[in-house]
Write a protein that binds this ligand. Structure first.
Ligand code: HEM
Length: 138
């Protein structure tokens, strides 16, 4: 985990073009687009921007974000949005690609850190989506 990754995500999420591009890439898969058929995208982009910063801070050891992460993860589970695992891989790929396009000069090392952090955080998110009792007490 590195400070440049946190700074990169803060810059990207403050840039509306980044979130536009992420959802453009992500919803280019019709099965994913279908999941968002009733979504207000202005709201969605705003919430995702916040959540990405939260994920990064969580990865950096700031546990204050846990409760909200569990709540959002639970919405994605089988009882509600029912998001299949493979879509999370797409999600990571689209996110990394949108960052790469937004910040083409970012060093490869930072891009590599970003992917690793996101893979670890998404694994935690999925385990909470599928079994909310995996959430820690803090
Ligand atoms: C770790 C990865 C993900 C994060 C951090 C994330 C984050 C979020 C957040 C913050 C919300 C808004 C929750 C609210 O309304 O309070 C949301 C909703 C949603 N997410 Fe995700 N998400 C992730 C992965 C995915 C994936 C892989 C899909 C697959 C299609 C997906 C589909 C949706 C849908 C359909 C909604 C509901 C939109 C609506 O309210 O209409 N998410 N997500």
């Amino acid at each position: 985990m590195s400070i440049p990754v946190i700074e990169c995500i803060k810059r990207c999420t403050a840039n509306p073009a980044f979130l536009d591009r992420f959802y453009e890439l992500f919803t280019s898969n019709p099965a994913v687009r279908e999941k968002f058929s009733k979504t207000d995208f202005d709201r969605q982009k705003y919430l995702l921007g916040h959540m990405l910063v939260m994920l990064i801070k969580h990865a950096y050891g700031l546990r204050g974000a846990d409760e909200r992460l569990t709540e959002v993860a639970r919405r994605h589970g089988t009882g509600d949005l029912n998001i299949p695992r493979y879509m999370y891989n797409d999600w990571i790929d689209c996110l990394v690609r949108a960052v790469r396009e937004t910040e083409p000069n970012l060093p490869d090392e930072v891009m590599g850190d970003l992917r690793r952090v996101m893979e670890a955080e998404v694994a935690t998110f999925i385990s909470r989506a599928e079994n909310p009792t995996n959430a820690p007490a803090t």
